[in-house]
Design a protein around this ligand. Sequence first.
Ligand SMILES: Nc1ncnc2c1ncn2[C@@H]1O[C@H](COP(=O)(O)OP(=O)(O)O)[C@@H](O)[C@H]1O
Ligand SMILES: [Mg+2]
Length: 569
Amino acid sequence: MQLAVKSESFEHDLAPDRRDASQMAERALGRVISCDGSRATIASAVSGASRLGPDSWTIGRMISINLGHARLVGLVYRIQAVKSDWQEHGDNAIHVDVELLGEVVEQDGRPHFQSGISTYPPIGTIAHRIRSGDLALVHDLGQRDGIAIGALSQDSAIPASVCIADMLARHFAILGTTGVGKSSAVALLLRRAISVKPKLRVLILDPHNEYSHAFPDKSVTIEADSLDLPFWMFRLDEFADVVFRGRPPMDEEADILREVVAAARGRYRVVANHDIARDLGASLLKRPLDASAPRPTGDPVAGSADAPTPYRMKDALAVIDELVGLHEIRYSRSALRSLRVRLESLYGDPRYHFMFARANMIETMAPVVGQIFRLPQHGRPISVFQLAGLPSEVVNAVASVLSRIAFDLAMSSQGGYEILVLCEEAHRYVPSDPALGFAPTRQAIARIAKEGRKYGCYLGVVTQRPGELDSTILSQCSTIFAMRLANERDQQIIRSAIADASASTLAFLSSIGNREAIAFGEGVATTMRMRFAQLQPHELPAMAGGHVGAQGRSEPLLEEMIRRMRGTG
Ligand SMILES: Nc1ncnc2c1ncn2[C@@H]1O[C@H](COP(=O)(O)OP(=O)(O)O)[C@@H](O)[C@H]1O
Ligand SMILES: [Mg+2]
């Protein structure tokens, strides 16, 4: 609702407040007629024939109530005409309801904004449009380093600033319906983040293969066909998720897999050890066996099933054959055979090449981890991990492996390595329903959310369905960019996630425009209604092969589509 105001009648009251010459002469005016502490109502008048102007009372705007020594700042959340009919010729009385947010006071000769109200407005105090200087103060980050990511919705001349360090350190979330500009906002925030923190690394879990387009010069793209994520880097529960295609293994299956993997690891280490001994000559062999040396071949506890050391699939299959051939029946033969079939079929499946094909040409985790986690950085701090090319059954396990390694890397670097893990469509990995999703992925992401800040491992969460996202993850995100959310339940969730989210601010969430957001929390000074800066087409994320709906998009190639359906493209 937008109502133009008749302001001449208050003109004489305006004089003491108009200090700077740039101040607009015409400001919508009213008087406080009630105040209940956090809210106030202002009476004003609108001339029936007046046009809409920039000084109109409008929902979502900040206004100022002048107390002389302080100027209270309020947010308009409701406007209504006092009478239900409208006078075309003459004035119409209106009531404007505002939520009181804080006050601008002079401190050491300089104006300063603080949230909360120390003096309430007496009845009859004048309220008017806020000065742009005050509006800028409300959102000023003070001592903290801010960087502009857009402009305030109310006044596009005032930059919307965030403190990137605080936004990262306590994790952030971007929530909003599809198409409002979440991914574009991510692209913008990441550009700002790497510009102020050049040492930061970013891992984007990109389910739509859209982010490579946004950072051609700052990112590497990790695609399914060029990816190497050897199966031996998976923890046992992650590997089990792949082997049993997302269903939880039965107890016996899990036991067999554990024993088989541990034994295969043991064999690999023994072989590797012998090779080293041969290379170094006989002198080493003559030394007494040291206690840390691997135990002899065949001992099932030789390698822990979870240490990320290599093993061969050939050895794993051989261990299964030996278990089948044993006289004492420890596991049912059918379970052993079925595991063998599963492993063999995975091994031969072209969609799983990234886990098996070159796994045994790689001896340590270092090259794989270095490539994905940008160590060294080579001027490209962002790693876009394209999940869309992977078989859908392994996406969860891969997300788990990556988030786990990101955390471990940051932790073991003792503060030298900082990484942001950005989860697009986060509700897929960490759904609110505990029966859905994959427990290790949930654990890995929850570990970043809860402890990552100590070690420099940060989380960015993007989702169009906040209601389906695990609420403990969301509650760890201390900066939230809430974009348009039509659903009442989703709004409710944000309300509970952010302590200082005023109900009236959130009421706008169902109607704000594209690219607009209400930013709350640690990263901003005060709850801020803002519009993200316009990005150039080459800075925007795009679906692989060009923008959806972009003009001149060519007909897709059938071969390519089939390749993608098979998951090999
Ligand atoms: N900051 C921006 N600058 C320029 N265009 C934008 C911006 N934000 C959104 N858009 C436009 O809106 C479209 C949808 O945005 P997108 O980020 O993909 O939304 P979402 O991820 O929420 O579905 C983009 O393709 C782009 O054309
Ligand atoms: Mg998107």
